[in-house]
Design a protein around this ligand. Structure first.
Ligand SMILES: *[C@@H]1O[C@H](CO)[C@@H](O)[C@H](O)[C@H]1NC(C)=O
Ligand SMILES: *[C@@H]1O[C@H](CO)[C@@H](O)[C@H](O)[C@H]1NC(C)=O
Length: 301
Protein backbone atom coordinates (compact mmCIF):
# COMPACT_ATOMS: atom_id res chain seq x y z
CA UNK A 1 0.00 0.00 0.00
CA UNK A 2 1.44 3.40 -1.01
CA UNK A 3 0.46 5.06 2.28
CA UNK A 4 2.23 2.34 4.26
CA UNK A 5 5.39 2.78 2.21
CA UNK A 6 5.27 6.55 2.68
CA UNK A 7 5.07 6.11 6.42
CA UNK A 8 7.98 3.66 6.43
CA UNK A 9 10.02 6.21 4.50
CA UNK A 10 9.02 9.08 6.77
CA UNK A 11 9.77 6.97 9.82
CA UNK A 12 13.17 5.96 8.41
CA UNK A 13 13.95 9.52 7.41
CA UNK A 14 12.92 10.86 10.79
CA UNK A 15 15.07 8.24 12.45
CA UNK A 16 18.12 9.11 10.36
CA UNK A 17 17.88 12.90 10.62
CA UNK A 18 16.86 13.08 14.24
CA UNK A 19 19.35 10.35 15.09
CA UNK A 20 22.15 12.34 13.45
CA UNK A 21 21.09 15.55 15.25
CA UNK A 22 21.00 13.87 18.60
CA UNK A 23 24.32 12.11 18.01
CA UNK A 24 26.00 15.47 17.27
CA UNK A 25 24.21 17.12 20.17
CA UNK A 26 25.44 14.40 22.47
CA UNK A 27 28.99 14.74 21.15
CA UNK A 28 29.04 18.54 21.46
CA UNK A 29 27.26 19.25 24.71
CA UNK A 30 27.60 18.82 28.38
CA UNK A 31 25.75 15.97 30.10
CA UNK A 32 22.97 18.35 31.29
CA UNK A 33 22.19 19.59 27.76
CA UNK A 34 22.27 16.04 26.39
CA UNK A 35 19.31 15.21 28.55
CA UNK A 36 17.37 18.18 27.14
CA UNK A 37 18.18 17.17 23.55
CA UNK A 38 17.04 13.62 24.23
CA UNK A 39 13.80 14.91 25.71
CA UNK A 40 13.20 17.04 22.58
CA UNK A 41 13.94 14.05 20.42
CA UNK A 42 11.47 11.91 22.38
CA UNK A 43 8.88 14.68 22.35
CA UNK A 44 8.99 14.93 18.56
CA UNK A 45 8.22 11.24 18.36
CA UNK A 46 5.46 11.49 20.92
CA UNK A 47 3.92 14.28 18.84
CA UNK A 48 4.12 12.08 15.78
CA UNK A 49 2.39 9.26 17.61
CA UNK A 50 -0.33 11.60 18.85
CA UNK A 51 -0.79 12.92 15.29
CA UNK A 52 -1.32 9.34 14.11
CA UNK A 53 -3.97 8.77 16.74
CA UNK A 54 -5.71 12.04 15.83
CA UNK A 55 -5.66 11.12 12.18
CA UNK A 56 -7.21 7.72 12.89
CA UNK A 57 -9.86 9.29 15.09
CA UNK A 58 -10.73 11.85 12.42
CA UNK A 59 -11.02 9.21 9.75
CA UNK A 60 -13.38 7.10 11.87
CA UNK A 61 -15.47 10.18 12.72
CA UNK A 62 -15.63 11.15 9.05
CA UNK A 63 -16.90 7.68 8.19
CA UNK A 64 -19.65 7.98 10.80
CA UNK A 65 -20.63 11.44 9.59
CA UNK A 66 -20.80 10.30 5.99
CA UNK A 67 -23.33 7.63 6.84
CA UNK A 68 -25.31 9.80 9.22
CA UNK A 69 -25.64 12.31 6.37
CA UNK A 70 -26.97 9.60 4.08
CA UNK A 71 -29.55 8.52 6.64
CA UNK A 72 -30.51 12.16 7.10
CA UNK A 73 -31.34 12.29 3.39
CA UNK A 74 -33.79 9.43 3.85
CA UNK A 75 -35.34 11.27 6.79
CA UNK A 76 -35.82 14.38 4.63
CA UNK A 77 -37.28 12.27 1.85
CA UNK A 78 -39.71 10.78 4.31
CA UNK A 79 -40.95 14.22 5.35
CA UNK A 80 -41.36 15.29 1.73
CA UNK A 81 -43.37 12.19 0.95
CA UNK A 82 -45.62 12.67 3.98
CA UNK A 83 -46.23 16.26 2.86
CA UNK A 84 -47.14 15.03 -0.59
CA UNK A 85 -49.61 12.48 0.76
CA UNK A 86 -51.19 15.12 2.99
CA UNK A 87 -51.55 17.52 0.04
CA UNK A 88 -53.11 14.79 -2.08
CA UNK A 89 -55.58 14.01 0.71
CA UNK A 90 -56.43 17.68 1.11
CA UNK A 91 -57.20 17.96 -2.59
CA UNK A 92 -59.90 15.30 -2.20
CA UNK A 93 -62.04 17.33 0.23
CA UNK A 94 -63.19 20.08 -2.16
CA UNK A 95 -63.80 17.45 -4.84
CA UNK A 96 -66.13 15.60 -2.53
CA UNK A 97 -68.20 18.76 -2.11
CA UNK A 98 -68.36 19.53 -5.82
CA UNK A 99 -71.28 17.29 -6.73
CA UNK A 100 -72.71 13.83 -6.25
CA UNK A 101 -70.71 12.36 -9.10
CA UNK A 102 -67.35 13.67 -7.82
CA UNK A 103 -68.26 12.59 -4.32
CA UNK A 104 -68.93 9.09 -5.62
CA UNK A 105 -65.64 9.09 -7.57
CA UNK A 106 -63.62 10.25 -4.56
CA UNK A 107 -65.11 7.66 -2.24
CA UNK A 108 -64.48 4.97 -4.85
CA UNK A 109 -60.72 5.66 -4.90
CA UNK A 110 -60.03 7.28 -1.55
CA UNK A 111 -58.96 3.99 0.02
CA UNK A 112 -56.18 3.59 -2.54
CA UNK A 113 -54.43 6.63 -1.03
CA UNK A 114 -51.16 5.64 0.68
CA UNK A 115 -51.64 5.65 4.42
CA UNK A 116 -49.49 8.35 6.06
CA UNK A 117 -48.89 6.48 9.30
CA UNK A 118 -47.98 3.25 7.53
CA UNK A 119 -45.71 5.04 5.04
CA UNK A 120 -43.95 6.75 7.93
CA UNK A 121 -43.51 3.43 9.73
CA UNK A 122 -42.26 1.70 6.60
CA UNK A 123 -39.59 4.33 5.92
CA UNK A 124 -38.67 4.47 9.60
CA UNK A 125 -38.13 0.76 9.44
CA UNK A 126 -35.73 1.19 6.50
CA UNK A 127 -33.83 3.67 8.69
CA UNK A 128 -33.93 1.48 11.80
CA UNK A 129 -32.55 -1.50 9.91
CA UNK A 130 -29.73 0.64 8.53
CA UNK A 131 -28.97 2.20 11.93
CA UNK A 132 -28.90 -1.22 13.54
CA UNK A 133 -26.46 -2.52 10.97
CA UNK A 134 -24.36 0.63 11.03
CA UNK A 135 -23.94 0.63 14.80
CA UNK A 136 -20.86 -1.60 14.39
CA UNK A 137 -19.28 0.79 11.89
CA UNK A 138 -15.78 1.69 12.98
CA UNK A 139 -15.70 -0.81 15.86
CA UNK A 140 -12.65 -2.64 14.53
CA UNK A 141 -10.67 0.51 13.65
CA UNK A 142 -11.53 1.94 17.08
CA UNK A 143 -10.23 -1.20 18.78
CA UNK A 144 -7.02 -0.85 16.82
CA UNK A 145 -6.80 2.80 17.79
CA UNK A 146 -7.10 1.77 21.43
CA UNK A 147 -4.34 -0.83 21.02
CA UNK A 148 -2.08 1.75 19.45
CA UNK A 149 -2.86 4.35 22.09
CA UNK A 150 -2.19 1.79 24.79
CA UNK A 151 1.11 0.85 23.21
CA UNK A 152 2.31 4.48 23.03
CA UNK A 153 1.08 5.38 26.52
CA UNK A 154 2.27 2.24 28.31
CA UNK A 155 4.66 -0.09 26.47
CA UNK A 156 6.61 2.69 24.80
CA UNK A 157 6.79 5.02 27.80
CA UNK A 158 7.78 2.19 30.13
CA UNK A 159 10.62 1.12 27.81
CA UNK A 160 11.78 4.72 27.55
CA UNK A 161 11.81 5.04 31.34
CA UNK A 162 13.87 1.88 31.50
CA UNK A 163 16.27 3.25 28.88
CA UNK A 164 16.65 6.54 30.76
CA UNK A 165 17.41 4.60 33.92
CA UNK A 166 20.40 3.17 32.04
CA UNK A 167 22.57 6.22 32.69
CA UNK A 168 25.44 5.06 30.48
CA UNK A 169 23.95 4.80 26.97
CA UNK A 170 20.28 5.75 26.97
CA UNK A 171 20.51 6.92 23.38
CA UNK A 172 21.02 3.47 21.78
CA UNK A 173 18.30 2.03 23.95
CA UNK A 174 15.88 4.83 23.10
CA UNK A 175 16.69 4.52 19.41
CA UNK A 176 15.75 0.89 19.58
CA UNK A 177 12.44 1.63 21.32
CA UNK A 178 11.58 4.30 18.76
CA UNK A 179 12.42 1.91 15.99
CA UNK A 180 10.11 -0.69 17.57
CA UNK A 181 7.36 1.88 18.02
CA UNK A 182 7.63 2.93 14.37
CA UNK A 183 7.45 -0.70 13.27
CA UNK A 184 4.40 -1.17 15.45
CA UNK A 185 2.83 1.98 13.97
CA UNK A 186 3.43 0.99 10.37
CA UNK A 187 2.16 -2.49 10.97
CA UNK A 188 -1.02 -1.16 12.57
CA UNK A 189 -1.44 1.51 9.95
CA UNK A 190 -1.75 -1.16 7.28
CA UNK A 191 -4.30 -3.00 9.36
CA UNK A 192 -6.16 0.24 10.04
CA UNK A 193 -6.42 1.08 6.34
CA UNK A 194 -7.73 -2.37 5.60
CA UNK A 195 -10.30 -2.18 8.37
CA UNK A 196 -11.43 1.26 7.25
CA UNK A 197 -11.89 -0.08 3.72
CA UNK A 198 -13.95 -2.97 5.05
CA UNK A 199 -16.04 -0.70 7.26
CA UNK A 200 -16.72 1.64 4.37
CA UNK A 201 -17.63 -1.18 2.04
CA UNK A 202 -19.97 -2.67 4.62
CA UNK A 203 -21.58 0.68 5.37
CA UNK A 204 -22.05 1.57 1.72
CA UNK A 205 -23.88 -1.68 1.10
CA UNK A 206 -26.27 -1.02 3.99
CA UNK A 207 -26.77 2.62 3.04
CA UNK A 208 -27.59 1.55 -0.49
CA UNK A 209 -30.09 -0.98 0.84
CA UNK A 210 -31.70 1.69 3.05
CA UNK A 211 -31.91 4.18 0.16
CA UNK A 212 -33.45 1.50 -2.02
CA UNK A 213 -35.83 0.47 0.73
CA UNK A 214 -37.15 4.03 1.12
CA UNK A 215 -37.07 4.66 -2.62
CA UNK A 216 -39.38 1.70 -3.25
CA UNK A 217 -41.88 3.05 -0.69
CA UNK A 218 -41.57 6.57 -2.08
CA UNK A 219 -42.04 5.40 -5.64
CA UNK A 220 -45.05 3.25 -4.84
CA UNK A 221 -46.71 6.03 -2.88
CA UNK A 222 -46.16 8.61 -5.62
CA UNK A 223 -47.45 6.20 -8.26
CA UNK A 224 -50.51 5.44 -6.14
CA UNK A 225 -51.25 9.15 -5.73
CA UNK A 226 -50.91 9.73 -9.49
CA UNK A 227 -53.15 6.77 -10.21
CA UNK A 228 -55.85 7.94 -7.80
CA UNK A 229 -55.82 11.37 -9.38
CA UNK A 230 -56.11 9.86 -12.85
CA UNK A 231 -58.90 7.48 -11.81
CA UNK A 232 -60.89 10.22 -10.11
CA UNK A 233 -60.43 12.49 -13.14
CA UNK A 234 -61.60 9.74 -15.48
CA UNK A 235 -64.48 8.86 -13.20
CA UNK A 236 -65.62 12.47 -13.10
CA UNK A 237 -65.24 12.91 -16.86
CA UNK A 238 -67.08 9.70 -17.59
CA UNK A 239 -70.25 11.24 -16.13
CA UNK A 240 -71.68 7.79 -16.27
CA UNK A 241 -74.86 8.95 -14.54
CA UNK A 242 -76.37 10.53 -17.64
CA UNK A 243 -75.90 7.81 -20.17
CA UNK A 244 -76.57 4.55 -18.41
CA UNK A 245 -78.83 2.59 -20.75
CA UNK A 246 -79.28 0.08 -18.01
CA UNK A 247 -82.24 -1.06 -16.01
CA UNK A 248 -84.10 1.87 -14.57
CA UNK A 249 -82.13 4.41 -16.54
CA UNK A 250 -83.00 6.21 -19.70
CA UNK A 251 -80.89 8.26 -22.03
CA UNK A 252 -81.67 11.68 -23.38
CA UNK A 253 -81.14 12.13 -27.10
CA UNK A 254 -81.31 8.44 -27.78
CA UNK A 255 -80.65 7.21 -31.28
CA UNK A 256 -81.65 3.68 -31.89
CA UNK A 257 -79.52 1.99 -34.53
CA UNK A 258 -81.09 -1.13 -35.83
CA UNK A 259 -78.82 -3.89 -37.00
CA UNK A 260 -80.11 -3.42 -40.52
CA UNK A 261 -78.46 0.02 -40.66
CA UNK A 262 -75.06 -1.54 -40.10
CA UNK A 263 -73.42 -2.31 -43.37
CA UNK A 264 -70.20 -4.26 -43.57
CA UNK A 265 -69.27 -2.26 -46.65
CA UNK A 266 -69.50 1.08 -44.87
CA UNK A 267 -67.51 2.18 -41.83
CA UNK A 268 -69.87 5.09 -41.09
CA UNK A 269 -73.57 5.35 -40.30
CA UNK A 270 -75.78 8.41 -40.14
CA UNK A 271 -75.67 10.18 -36.84
CA UNK A 272 -78.83 12.21 -36.47
CA UNK A 273 -77.69 13.41 -33.05
CA UNK A 274 -74.48 14.97 -34.35
CA UNK A 275 -73.81 18.21 -32.47
CA UNK A 276 -75.99 17.29 -29.53
CA UNK A 277 -74.33 16.95 -26.17
CA UNK A 278 -74.78 13.91 -23.92
CA UNK A 279 -75.52 11.55 -26.73
CA UNK A 280 -76.14 7.84 -26.34
CA UNK A 281 -75.76 5.38 -29.12
CA UNK A 282 -77.86 2.30 -28.61
CA UNK A 283 -76.89 -0.74 -30.57
CA UNK A 284 -79.57 -3.38 -30.77
CA UNK A 285 -78.32 -6.88 -31.24
CA UNK A 286 -81.15 -8.66 -32.98
CA UNK A 287 -84.46 -7.19 -31.99
CA UNK A 288 -85.69 -4.10 -30.15
CA UNK A 289 -86.46 -6.25 -27.13
CA UNK A 290 -83.18 -8.14 -26.94
CA UNK A 291 -80.15 -7.40 -24.69
CA UNK A 292 -78.68 -4.04 -25.30
CA UNK A 293 -75.16 -2.83 -25.13
CA UNK A 294 -74.51 0.78 -24.43
CA UNK A 295 -71.66 2.68 -25.88
CA UNK A 296 -70.82 6.20 -24.95
CA UNK A 297 -69.97 8.78 -27.44
CA UNK A 298 -67.78 11.59 -26.18
CA UNK A 299 -69.83 14.60 -25.15
CA UNK A 300 -69.63 17.39 -27.67
CA UNK A 301 -69.49 20.79 -26.20
C1 LIG B 1 -34.52 -2.69 -3.95
O1 LIG B 1 -35.62 -3.15 -3.19
C2 LIG B 1 -36.52 -3.95 -3.92
C3 LIG B 1 -37.72 -4.25 -3.03
O2 LIG B 1 -37.35 -4.63 -1.76
C4 LIG B 1 -35.81 -5.20 -4.40
O3 LIG B 1 -36.68 -6.01 -5.13
C5 LIG B 1 -34.62 -4.79 -5.27
O4 LIG B 1 -33.89 -5.92 -5.65
C6 LIG B 1 -33.73 -3.85 -4.50
N1 LIG B 1 -32.69 -3.36 -5.39
C7 LIG B 1 -31.43 -3.22 -5.03
C8 LIG B 1 -30.51 -2.68 -6.05
O5 LIG B 1 -31.07 -3.50 -3.91
C1 LIG C 1 -71.71 5.17 -46.15
O1 LIG C 1 -72.61 5.78 -45.26
C2 LIG C 1 -72.72 7.19 -45.36
C3 LIG C 1 -73.60 7.69 -44.25
O2 LIG C 1 -74.79 6.97 -44.21
C4 LIG C 1 -73.25 7.52 -46.72
O3 LIG C 1 -73.32 8.94 -46.89
C5 LIG C 1 -72.34 6.94 -47.80
O4 LIG C 1 -72.87 7.12 -49.05
C6 LIG C 1 -72.15 5.43 -47.58
N1 LIG C 1 -71.13 4.91 -48.48
C7 LIG C 1 -71.30 3.75 -49.11
C8 LIG C 1 -70.13 3.34 -49.99
O5 LIG C 1 -72.25 3.03 -48.95
Amino acid sequence: MPLGITIVLIAAWARLTLGADVATEIANTTPGNTKVALEDYLESHRRQFAAHLDDYNNRIDALHKLFEKNLETIEIQKQLLLDRIRQAEERLFPLELLNEQSKKCVSKYRNDMPNSARTQDDISECLDVAKYQLRVIGTEPRELLKTLNNYYANNFEKSISNCLAEVNTPYTCIEEQIFNANEFTVDHNLKFDEQMDNSEHYARAHIKAALNCSFVIDFQAVMAIAEIKLNIDLCMKSNDNYCMCKQGHTCNNLQRVPLSDLNSENITITNSLYGTSNTCLLLTASSEKGDMTSTESPPKS
